[in-house]
Design a protein around this ligand. Structure first.
Ligand code: ADP
Length: 397
């Protein structure tokens, strides 16, 4: 079966077409600036050139139609007929407390997603638009929703409750939910395969270090804690997000710096993180280049970033009473040998030793710890789209 995987944002739509039998990627692409001037479709058949075409996309429905046209165009299309698409898997950001696993999309499920709009106001409404657009264009095709939060629904109460009045949880569902669940699950399962041990009997820490970044403690096959919270702002220092800060800072900013709430939240989401600390960039390639030229701002940002990652790893070792495997994944985790090495340099007390030569890789699945290391450390590329395709096939079969 061919599965179309959709990740829909408010003005963008990323897609991949995956052959579930071989798990091969057939084509991928992106619609940008939907509903805006200058909208563009980027389409790339596997092994082929990237094609960019400016096309008006007033709505997401239009965008989905253009994606389908690209997928079965005469020259570079990868399917002969739209009926070859057997299912669609949608990435949904927030499923709240009601969703602990992927689900076939029904009207009831859409209501649950809509009920979570307040918890993810930037993402869930956009995800829903993507689902409605696909329903309009391909009404016969079964669809599955795969949630970023679902994997973390196994967290125990002592991990997900904040130190706030309990009514805030019961009345407003204010608690830690966690994100990147699809990636954390995919990577931790793959790690178990690589070390040849049962997933249900392994302590793994997954460091998903992309623009957005989170760490997850996976014990005996379930998520027991993760660094993102009710929103993706908590936890690690990220590309442009602050991660954990003293809530007292917010009051200070309002009173002393005269910022209003929208400005504060915008700053925490878009102007903070390594971008804010360095004043250079949110991209680690730029920061590493700056640090190499002895620019203290670049080095400072990297130091803060790596320290926070190491600190979270330490806390999850405590939470699990040990760790067997640590995995680095996503843009920086997969492509940042220095970041991996510097984080692991804090972890000598765990008996972790990094093999310098093995670690000198980018974007490959590889054991990067030495044979003597007490904990196995992997560079392990994530593949959220493949994970979504697998979940989708399992549910529609
Ligand atoms: P997201 O999916 O959250 O947008 P990614 O997982 O694609 O993020 O990660 C993007 C980040 O990965 C970039 O901002 C950059 O910092 C980092 N990155 C990508 N390639 C490299 C590289 N070759 N070296 C160091 N960092 C890299």
């Amino acid at each position: 079966m061919k599965v179309l995987v959709i990740n829909c944002g408010s003005s963008s739509l990323k897609f991949q077409l995956i052959d579930s039998a071989t798990e091969a990627l057939l084509a991928k692409g992106l619609c940008e600036r939907i509903g805006l001037d200058g909208s563009q479709l980027v389409y790339q058949p596997e092994g082929g050139e990237k094609e960019k075409s400016l096309s008006p996309m007033p709505t997401h429905t239009q965008a989905v139609s253009l994606v389908l046209a690209a997928l079965h165009n005469d020259k570079t299309g990868v399917i002969k007929d739209l009926s070859e698409i057997g299912a669609i898997g949608h990435r949904i950001v927030h499923g709240g407390e009601k969703i602990a696993q992927s689900s076939v999309i029904t009207d009831e499920l859409l209501q649950i997603v809509e009920d979570c709009n307040d918890l993810a106001p930037l993402h869930n409404p956009a995800n829903l638009i993507g689902i409605h657009a696909c329903r309009e264009v391909l009404p016969q095709v079964p669809m599955v929703a795969v949630f970023d939060t679902a994997f973390h629904q196994t967290m125990p109460e002592h991990a997900y409750l904040y130190g706030l009045p309990y009514e805030l949880y019961t009345d407003h569902q204010i608690r830690k939910y966690g994100f990147h669940g699809t990636s954390h699950q995919y990577v931790s399962k793959r790690a178990a395969q690589l070390v040849g041990r049962p997933y249900e009997n392994l302590k793994t820490i997954v460091c998903h270090l992309g623009n957005g970044a989170s760490i997850c403690a996976v014990k005996d096959g379930i998520s027991i804690d993760t660094s993102m919270g009710m929103t993706p702002l908590e936890g690690l220092v990220m590309g442009t997000r602050s991660g954990d800060i003293d809530p007292g800072v917010l009051d200070f900013l309002q009173k002393k710096a005269g910022l209003n709430w929208d400005e504060i939240i915008d700053m925490l989401n878009k102007k903070s993180g390594v971008f804010g600390i360095s004043g250079i960039s949110s991209d680690f390639r730029d920061l590493e280049a700056a640090a190499e030229k002895n620019d203290p701002a670049g080095k400072r940002a990297l130091d803060v970033y790596e320290y926070r990652v190491a600190k979270y790893i330490g806390s999850y070792v405590a939470a699990m009473n040990g760790v067997d495997v640590i995995c680095f994944t996503a843009g920086i985790g997969e492509n940042g040998p220095d970041t991996r090495a510097n984080v692991c340099a804090y972890l000598g007390y765990l008996g972790i030793e990094i093999d310098k030569e093995a670690n000198a890789i980018r974007g490959q699945e590889k054991l990067i710890s030495t044979a003597d290391s007490k904990v196995k450390v992997y560079c392990l590329p994530t593949n959220e789209e493949l994970a979504i395709a697998r979940e989708t096939v399992a549910l529609v079969k």
